[in-house]
Design a binder for this molecule. Structure first.
Ligand code: C5P
Length: 233
């Protein structure tokens, strides 16, 4: 079964407070985008990869993509960097439209999650092949409450809650249909599993192995360097 890869990396990373796009921010000397692509490449084989870049930074991201080691770049198939959209959902839609191969499965993974375990990527791809739609996720470590009417709140059952991450993977036709439907209805979702679910599909959850953090604020870079030290040791 063939798989294609879509990497949303078009965010500005405003919450990191850097002047460069988040995908270019370095973690122990290596840009996040390079780390993320190398992690995906050592997890599975893809026939093609589309990276969504901020429109003003296509050249800078392309240059960084060329830094992916040759041995690993082969596992990404043909790699293209194209301009993303105004929202993550629009960026993914552009990425899907840019795919040239008619792969069975499309995997979407945020550039901002460079620590994903190869076993997680493989499990998500496997679940998508078997069931059509899957996402990586982790259990919350905090208790979670939900707003109720009249300024009240209610406890949720933590053991049944999942914090949704990427990678997410879907059969290509399902993902294309769900994005077309969301665009037609003008609905905006924060992740593709929610968007595909709104189109009528059910989503398999795969528990992430290890910590699959999303680099969002400066403190995540500090934690990230520590995770790298441990993974290397
Ligand atoms: O902002 P946040 O961290 O939630 O973004 C998740 C991912 O979506 C990031 O990798 C970011 O680069 C990407 N993104 C995008 N296009 C946008 C906004 C975010 O590709 N317009």
């Amino acid at each position: 079964v063939t798989s294609s890869l879509v990497i949303p990396a078009a965010g500005s990373g405003a919450r990191l407070g850097r002047s460069v796009p988040k995908a270019l921010v370095e973690l122990a000397g290596v840009p996040l985008l390079v780390r993320t692509l190398e992690r995906l490449a050592c997890s599975a084989k893809f026939v093609e990869t589309v990276v969504l870049a901020p429109a003003a930074s296509i050249d800078a991201l392309s240059e960084v993509v060329d830094r992916v080691a040759d041995a690993q770049a082969r596992a990404l198939g043909s790699v293209r960097v194209v301009a993303g959209g105004a929202t993550r959902q629009q960026s993914v839609a552009i990425g899907i439209a840019a795919l040239r191969e008619r792969s069975a499965v499309v995997c979407v993974h945020d550039a901002a999650r460079p620590f994903v375990a190869p076993a997680t990527v493989r499990a998500v791809l496997g679940a998508a092949r078997a069931h059509g739609a899957a996402t990586a996720a982790s259990r919350p470590s905090d208790s979670v409450r939900i707003d109720e009417a009249g300024g009240s709140s209610a406890a949720l059952e933590r053991s049944r809650l999942w914090l949704v991450e990427t990678p997410q993977a879907f059969t290509r036709e399902l993902l294309e249909r769900a994005h077309a439907e969301a665009a037609r209805e003008g609905r905006e979702f924060t992740d593709d599993a929610s968007l595909v679910e709104a189109a009528g599909a059910t989503i398999r959850v795969v528990a992430s192995e290890g910590r699959n953090i999303k680099v969002t604020v400066e403190a995540d870079l500090v934690l990230g360097e520590e995770l790298l030290r441990r993974q290397a040791g």
